[in-house]
Design a protein around this ligand. Structure first.
Ligand SMILES: [Zn+2]
Length: 266
């Protein structure tokens, strides 16, 4: 069984950053417009989950579009473009930070960035967009013990269900794409039916769906993740390398936290 390709964007527009995850609104609009013109169909989460779970073969030219982290600019620069083209998307929210600033991340921008708030999320859900969990605090689950990983998965799912209803409790995207057999089991136990990983996922396991991130250099009409050619393969390798670099981000973040804590400590 093979699942349709899955793209993963992070930020669309907003303040420029030192990192690699911001795609400009112009590039994003051009990419989506080109895909729509070429006959691509953006699958809803339930359509995608049905294909991932069973023997249903994917329709040709179908893809799944996802956004990680739930930045506020999506409602301004991404969702309206998609709605105009008849596309839908699924956004994975860091539930402790919905409506707040991205204090969970290394600061790549001059000022902290804002996340979507629950009202905006509910409005776009009513327009056919779907939301899932990206854990409670963007924890790297593979580095967490069972209790911590359970809490991240469970607490964020409860928040999604309470705010958005049952459809929002189906899917989880593992922060940094970091997942292993233990985390897949804990995610299933927490009640998720589908889990999205990074480029090294496995299309045969609904809890380990592979995704290709779209980074700043992926600026052609058709993102690398949807290309069957050599450039597509190269793009997936570049995405893999960039994701490995995100390990550095986690360490930096941990170092930053302890540096902040120390002066006020005992
Ligand atoms: Zn993320």
């Amino acid at each position: 069984m093979s699942v349709p390709p899955v793209l993963c964007y992070h930020r669309i527009g907003g303040a420029r950053e030192l990192g690699v995850t911001r795609v400009s609104p112009a590039v994003f609009t051009r990419q989506m417009t080109a895909l729509a013109r070429d006959g691509w169909k953006a699958l809803s989460l339930s359509e995608f989950a049905a294909i991932a779970a069973g023997p249903t073969s994917p329709p040709p030219h179908a893809f799944f579009l996802s956004f990680d982290d739930g930045y506020a600019e999506l409602a301004e620069h991404a969702y309206p473009v998609l709605a105009d083209l008849g596309f839908t998307a699924t956004t994975f929210l860091i539930t402790d930070f919905v409506g707040g600033e991205n204090r969970w991340d290394v600061q790549y921008t001059r000022r902290p960035l804002r996340h979507l708030d629950w009202d905006t999320v509910a409005r776009w859900q009513a327009r056919g967009f779907t939301f899932g969990s990206h854990t409670a605090t963007h924890a790297r689950l593979t580095w967490a013990d069972d209790a911590k990983a359970r809490d991240e998965l469970h607490r964020s799912r409860e928040a999604m269900l309470a705010r958005l209803g049952p459809a929002a409790g189906t899917a989880v995207a593992y922060p940094f794409g970091a997942v292993n057999a233990r985390i897949r089991r804990l995610a299933r136990e927490a009640g998720y039916a589908i889990g999205f990983a990074g480029v090294r996922g496995d299309g045969d396991d609904p809890m380990n769906i592979p995704r290709v991130p779209v980074y700043v250099w992926d600026a052609g009409d058709v993102p690398f993740g949807l290309r069957g050619d050599g450039l597509g393969a190269l793009g997936r390798i570049a995405a893999y390398v960039a994701n490995r670099c995100a390990v550095g981000t986690t360490i930096l973040r941990a170092v930053g936290r302890s540096a902040v804590r120390r002066p006020g400590g005992p």
